[in-house]
Design a binder for this molecule. Structure first.
Ligand SMILES: NC(=O)c1ccc[n+]([C@@H]2O[C@H](COP(=O)([O-])OP(=O)(O)OC[C@H]3O[C@@H](n4cnc5c(N)ncnc54)[C@H](O)[C@@H]3O)[C@@H](O)[C@H]2O)c1
Length: 323
């Protein structure tokens, strides 16, 4: 089976390509390398192209007999989207529309979509189930929510089946050490902390110590990137036997505060963290925690690497190697 992976040389995409290849899928990676990296290309056909250019993605569908698509390509910085919403709406919606158009033209009816916990906005209940109201508070989350709505209409009207995977906080690195997180600029907590401990960054900022949580810092649900990648495989395979569209959370259903993460990182690395106290960032919620019962049930998914020690250790191994 041939799978087109947009954004397949990014962080989560590359880990998923590795899982697909190990499982015997043929893979075509389509990426413009705007935030992806050729070092994260692990195999399959690599095509450099931009999804904003409909003709370049159309050529891929004409050249290869594609059976299914996994769509990672996206702008991903929630904070930036708040300041520059036009950039996010134009990019994330246009790229998805172009891709779905080519899928329909070529009768490709199976899609796994990278959505986000950002679609929920401020949680009204913890852990957050998939039936929670959708109320994103930043344009990045809006683009994910709009894309989900487009997909629902395309399913109803054209029979395009999708699984929208709503990730919580992706973290960690390939346990074999071949792949890891390489964002520039890096906005995620763990890589920033580890890059600071390696001396690559000269400071580490802690945003908000006055959240209504036991230690005052924000609590998040960290899910290992290899567990995420494996869930994509299960979702893809399931769609061919169960042709129903689904929204599925991917999280560990376990929360860690920023101070917890700092303590654990100190244990793993043996280094001491001296952080700078900064005010809360706009749009950061106190607690975000996934209900993952649906993923466990429908995808027979059991996160194997998502204990916090393994997440930090694999990420530390990767960043040490890169440094
Ligand atoms: N990292 C997380 O914690 C997280 C959480 C929730 C959702 N997500 C979603 O998961 C997906 C992957 O995230 P990631 O962390 O791997 O990001 P990433 O930036 O590492 O990967 C995105 C990839 O898409 C490519 N890309 C971007 N625009 C493109 C375009 N116009 N044409 C072709 N390729 C393009 C980039 O070059 C990159 O390789 C994104 O859709 C993101 O919104 C990520």
């Amino acid at each position: 089976m041939k799978v087109l992976v947009t954004g397949g040389s990014g962080y989560i995409g590359s880990h998923t390509v590795q899982e697909l290849l190990n499982d015997g899928f043929e893979v075509i990676v389509f990426d413009n390398f705007s935030s992806g990296n050729k070092d994260l290309w692990v195999g399959g056909e690599l095509i450099q192209g931009d999804l904003r250019d409909e003709s370049s993605i159309r050529e891929v569908f004409q050249k290869f007999q594609i059976d299914a698509v996994i769509h990672f390509a996206s702008l991903i910085q929630a904070g930036e989207s708040y300041v520059n919403p036009q950039k996010y709406y134009q990019h994330n919606l246009l790229t998805s529309l172009n891709l779905f158009q080519c899928m329909l033209e070529n009768d490709v009816k199976h899609l796994v979509f990278s959505s986000s916990a950002a679609v929920y906005g401020l949680p009204q209940q913890i852990p957050v189930p998939e039936i929670h109201p959708i109320n994103p508070f930043n344009p990045y989350g809006q683009t994910k929510s709009f894309t989900e709505k487009i997909l629902q209409d395309y399913d109803r009207a054209y029979g395009l089946k999708f699984t929208s995977l709503r990730y919580f906080n992706a973290a960690g690195a390939d346990p074999e050490g071949r792949l890891g997180e390489l964002h520039e600029p890096e906005t995620h907590l763990l890589p920033n902390l580890l890059l600071y401990l390696l001396g690559v960054k000269d400071h580490f900022d802690l945003f908000g110590m006055d959240f209504p949580t036991p230690d005052g810092t924000a609590i998040r649900d960290y899910i290992h990137v290899t567990d995420l990648a494996k869930a994509h495989l299960s979702a893809l395979k399931r769609m061919f036997t169960h042709p129903h569209s689904e929204f599925i959370n991917l999280g560990a259903n376990k929360g860690y505060s920023v101070l917890d993460i700092i303590k654990k990182a100190e244990q793993v690395t043996g280094e001491k963290v001296h952080f700078r106290k900064k005010p809360q960032r706009k749009g950061d919620v106190p607690v975000l925690l996934a209900s993952n019962a649906k993923a466990k049930n429908l995808l027979s998914w059991n996160p194997r690497y998502s204990d916090i020690h393994t997440i930090i250790q694999t990420a530390w191994n990767w960043h040490q190697k890169r440094a």
